[in-house]
Each structure stands twice: as C-alpha cells, then as structure tokens.
Design a protein around this ligand. Structure first.
Ligand code: OGA
Ligand code: NI
Length: 364
C-alpha cells in the first residue's frame, strides 16, 4: 500500500516537474521570442529594444526616397494580345525584377478570405499560435516563428511569420497548417488551386520573353515538382517605424514569388540607387523575380532587391508564395544563354545547396 502511494507520489511529482519545465519553455518563448509580444510591451514605453534599431544607413526614415519616383509596372494578365503581354512582362523583369498583375483570375473574395484567415491566426492567443511553431531543431523553415539570428551582431526585425507549403500535395505538412480559424485549411487549398494557373501563365510568358519555347523555364525550375512555399508575414504596429525594418534588404531565393499584401504600405524596392515604395493596388498580385530565374536566364531577368518597413498604428501583413525548385534539382544558367561572349555569371548547383548558402549567408 505504502509502496504504491510512494510511487504514485514520485510519478506525480515527476509529471509536475516536466509540465513546469514545458510551461516555462513556452513562457520563455512567448516573452522573448515573438515580436508580436515585444511589440505589445514596447508601446507603453514608446520605444523599441536596442536589438531592433538598424544602423543609420539602413534606417527607413533616412534612406527612403521622397521625390517623384517611377512606379512598379502594373500589367493586365488577361490581355488577349499575347505578344504585348510578353513584351511588358519581359521588360519589367529585365528592368525592375518586379511587377504587379491585375485581372489574374484569382477571385477577389478568395484573396479576402485568405487574408482574413491568416489575420485570425495571428490574432489568436500566443499559446495557440505556438501549436504551429517551427521546432527548434528542424531542418526546414516550415512553421510559426521569428527571424533566427546567425550571429549576435545581427539585428532583429519587426516581424513574425508562418511558413508552410501549399502545393504539390505530397509536399504538404499539415502539422504547420493552423486548425484555427476553422476555414484556414479550406481557404489555403483553394488559393493553391487558383494559383497554379497564374504560375503557368507567368512561366510561359517569361520563357517566351527570352525567345525560348513556352515550357522551358517551368521545366528548368522543377516542372510539376515546383514547391509552393507560403509565408505569412505579420508586422505588428511599431512605436518607432523610423528606426527599424520588417524584412532587411534581400532578393528572394525562389524562382518567382507571388505576393498578396494587405492595405498597409511597406514594401520598398531598390531601383536606380533609391529605395522606392510600392503602390498598393487592391486585389493585385505582386510578382518578384527571384534568384533562380535570374540564374536560369544568366542575368537577363533581374532578381529584385527589396525590403519592408513597418507602420506605427496598424499591423502590416503579406502573403508571399515562393515558387521553389525541389531541393535535389540542379539549377544553373541555361545553355541557350552561354557562348564565348557570354560566360556563365552564376554557378550551377543543387537548389538545396543554394538555399543552405543563402540562409547561412555563405558565398555561393
Ligand atoms: C519576404 C518579403 C515582402 C512584403 O518575406 O521575402 O520580401 O511585402 N516580404 O512583406
Ligand atoms: Ni522577399
């Protein structure tokens, strides 16, 4: 009898101890890891922690161009004049590396539902969001999280995110798809379904714009195995948006990125030595040329350098879908663009090796 009681007691205390540790870990992560939590504490102080303050040469208040700037091209994807469409998209991809598309075929109600579902997820209590957290030892970027710092000198940025693949079905990891709000999964599946036609149209048009047959770029980027990695960026309101950034200057490592923003401005692109703001066009998709298309085209199409700023009173959100080759696929400049006057400008390597170097800030 006594033995049973003692062992019950021991098991009970052990259980309690583990639970406490677990809670402590969650509490620790909640308090210190998530920008959303830091943001709610910062507002009372009207200041942001030192580790979010960018060096002056990167501060948006100092470096954003305030004059009259040209606008990112906006292109009607439903234009029946294919030659014209190819010309517009090719020019934008060579000169800007970014453009917006309207009349792309994704219903505006569906875009609103995608935004609504993502917004509800980020408004859940912190511990409910942590259910989708990226495990610390995970090799993949999938899951809910904040920027990981490679070295202590690096600055934090004013954003939390959720990453998960939405296509093709075998690549999907539902562990990282929120169950709350209940509509989340259905809406995201529907979005992926509609996205496929836009993806095909973009790849075809970009191929034709380089004088290639329509199927070439998509095939070179992985064909039906191209992975659609969705990211939701949540940029909480920030008491000092003049000093920090949402995402630091970068090019995307994808082939193409297709992004839906909310109505709060913040995307900036670097053009002709200036950081200029992208105009918000309701229901438009923002198309970024990423590193893999730049590489395949041997630099004819440019991966756009971009960054984001945050807002004082409103949360900014965005939903980029990164179209990525499967990890084992070897990507390099297409032979069509290499000759004795045009040597390869980029190395040929597996996409997973490219990604590893990029994420760890190692030379390619
Ligand atoms: C990104 C990015 C831009 C935005 O997440 O890679 O550039 O508008 N986001 O949020
Ligand atoms: Ni980006």
């Amino acid at each position: 009898m006594l033995v049973t009681q003692v062992s019950l007691y021991i098991v009970g205390s052990l259980f309690c101890f583990v639970e406490k540790l677990r809670n402590k870990k969650i509490a620790f992560r909640m308090e210190f890891d998530r920008v959303q939590t830091i943001a709610s504490l910062s507002f009372d102080k009207e200041a942001i922690p030192e580790e979010f303050i960018m060096p002056e040469k990167e501060q948006p208040a100092i470096t954003t161009f305030r004059g009259l700037a040209p606008e990112i091209p906006a292109i009607d994807l439903s234009d029946p004049d294919q030659e014209k469409l190819v010309g517009l998209i090719a020019d934008a991809s060579k000169e800007w590396g970014i453009f917006q598309v309207i009349n792309h075929g994704i219903p505006s109600d569906l875009i609103a539902e995608l935004q609504g579902a993502g917004k509800k997820f980020f408004e859940l209590p912190q511990e409910e969001k942590e259910v989708c957290a990226r495990p610390r030892d995970s090799e993949s970027i999938e899951g809910y999280g904040s920027k990981l710092l490679n070295d202590p000198q690096e600055k934090k940025t004013w954003v939390d995110h959720l990453f998960h693949r939405i296509w093709p079905p075998p690549s999907i990891n539902y562990q990282f798809w929120p169950e709350n709000p209940p509509s989340y999964r259905e809406v995201n599946k529907e979005y992926a379904k509609y996205m496929r036609d836009v993806v095909d149209k973009l790849f075809t048009t970009l191929s034709l714009g380089l004088g290639l047959e329509g199927h070439v770029l998509k095939e070179a980027a992985g064909g039906e195995q191209i992975e659609y990695m969705l990211k939701i960026n949540y940029y909480p309101p920030c008491p000092r948006p003049d000093l920090t950034l949402g995402v630091e200057a970068h090019t995307d490592l994808s082939a193409i990125t297709i992004l839906v923003p909310n109505e709060v401005p913040g995307l900036q692109i670097f053009k002709d030595d200036h950081w200029i703001e992208a105009k918000y066009i309701p229901d438009a998709l923002i198309i970024h040329i990423g590193d893999q298309i730049e590489i395949l085209s041997n630099g004819k199409y440019k991966a756009v350098l971009h960054r984001t700023t945050v807002a004082k009173d409103r949360a900014r959100m965005s939903w980029p879908v990164f179209l990525e080759p499967p990890g084992e696929l070897v990507v390099g400049p297409l032979p069509e663009f290499i000759n004795k006057d045009n040597p390869p400008k980029f190395k040929t390597k597996k996409f997973k090796d490219y990604m590893y170097c990029k994420l760890n800030k190692l030379p390619q």
